[in-house]
Design a protein around this ligand. Structure first.
Ligand SMILES: [Zn+2]
Length: 76
């Protein structure tokens, strides 16, 4: 139910700290993490949720831009 705060590096300048609220796979009730089955389908691939709380204070990117870039890079 409750999320936790995490800090990610800014994907643009790599210097800023981005504050995120992270919800680990709260909707996948079955298993926590099954990495033992390579090629075994990807049903619960990404049920984690990241909410970007702040933009980058170093390079001035907004939270929205940071989120977009992090997703593009496959970080979140
Ligand atoms: Zn930055």
């Amino acid at each position: 139910m409750s999320g936790q705060y995490e800090e990610l590096s800014c994907p643009f300048c790599d210097k800023g700290r981005i504050t995120c609220l992270y919800f680990p796979s709260q909707w996948s009730v079955k298993t926590k993490r099954t990495k033992t089955l390579p090629g075994g389908g990807s049903v619960n691939k990404s049920t984690e949720v990241w909410l970007i709380q702040s933009g980058c204070k170093v390079c001035g990117k907004s939270a929205e831009e940071v989120e977009k870039e992090l997703k593009k890079q496959g970080i979140i």
